[in-house]
Ligand binder design. Sequence first.
Ligand code: SF4
Length: 179
Amino acid sequence: MLNYEKLFELAKESGFNSWGKLDVSTLEFLPEVRDMCAVNTCGMYNKSWACPPACGELDEMKAKVQGFTEGVIVQTVGQLEDSLDWEGIQEAAQNQAESFQKMWKVLKEEYPNLMAMGTGACTKCAKCTYPDEPCRFPDELISSMEACGLVVSNVCTANGVPYNHGKDTICYTGCFLLA
Ligand code: SF4
């Protein structure tokens, strides 16, 4: 059993403002999510090593989680002035990315084989090398939960973690599979 008290403290220190336990058996990798990626609303489909189709088939994702039973869900909840508060949305996304990197670096020391699934496309390089050259930092590439085929709201609900944090808020979610 993971030491959740310690993990939640680390989540707080890393800058997250919401967290919860993750039961890995609740993860469902769905082809419908991949179909939504292919519609390319975000503009990143087939543009990054961290996004579909380059990030791997759903069967590969399922194989990767084999052997894990427990993990932690981490969230950044941003308070917006209104639903059109683009600056607030961007700020929350940036905070999520920074907190995720901080926590990931600490966790890797204790759990070198952890699996991390983040939020949005990989932004490590100003321009991704995909598809002409291999990824510059394959050990630091993190795919989003959606890119892996997960419905984030379903994962949260199944684990008793809020997904909707109230009016004029935005929530970014990631997770670490640890043991
Ligand atoms: S680390 Fe760089 S090259 Fe690799 S997926 Fe991210 S942006 Fe692309």
